[in-house]
Design a protein around this ligand. Sequence first.
Ligand code: APR
Length: 261
Amino acid sequence: MTLDDPTAFADARAALYDATRIAFFTGAGMSAESGIPTFRDALTGLWERFDPMLLASIEGFEADPALVWGWYEWRRQKVMQAQPNAGHAAIATFAAQAKPRQVAVVTQNVDDLHERAGTCNAAEIVHLHGSILAPRCSVCATPAAEALINAMPDEPEGGRRLTPPRCDVCGGSMRPGVVWFGESLPADAFDRAAKLAQSADAFVVVGTSGVVEPAASLVRHARRHGATVIVIDPNDSALTREAHFWIAGSAAHALPSLLRA
Ligand code: APR
């Protein structure tokens, strides 16, 4: 179904407006129109240009902390310079509308664009893969000082090596506050996300390729427990084939149309 398929689009909107518990499950495509690269899009995806095992794994960090820290500082700079797009705003507006709807956002993204769009004023936001804005000590897990988090990195591209700062408490090396390949998701975050998927009447999947587990399992979990699954993605994927409705459009264009009152 594409945006110009009026019947199916109307059915998807009806299913959404009949729902009382709605969960949005977002991935990198949600922030693409804010200028933040996705991971697997051909040519532009981060994993098309960088080796994830070198940059997004504990082994990579231990082998070359300065390379990994410099790369995440470049990404953190892009997040700090980015603005929420019309898709983030549409979810925030939808969540703020009169109850009795319960709206939640489960995101794989490590940016804060859902928060900066105001969604957190009306909906719970669960971050499955941590936050690029929350570095912590790699030894004692002490969070980075506000000054470090708020400092705009001066990393112009994704390749310069930057020595990670030292922890004020134990002297250990700071690390990005994100979940790397091979690491477990924060147990409380995934448990919460699974409960939201299980209880959802509608599960709106936006901009994820669905290739990373256990996050992607939430879509099957939601569907198994009776949710109407709506997928917004310009490209087809394993998730679009599992959906009740696939809107072949972008987050910033499809969400405002789907969610308008
Ligand atoms: N609007 C909606 N979807 C989009 C847009 C857009 N403007 N642009 C791209 N997409 C879609 C792509 O078609 C793709 O299906 O977004 C998806 C992005 O997929 P990935 O790049 O694989 O990102 P994601 O699914 O979030 O990756 C999951 O992998 O590397 C790890 O931890 C990382 O959280 C990340 C996880």
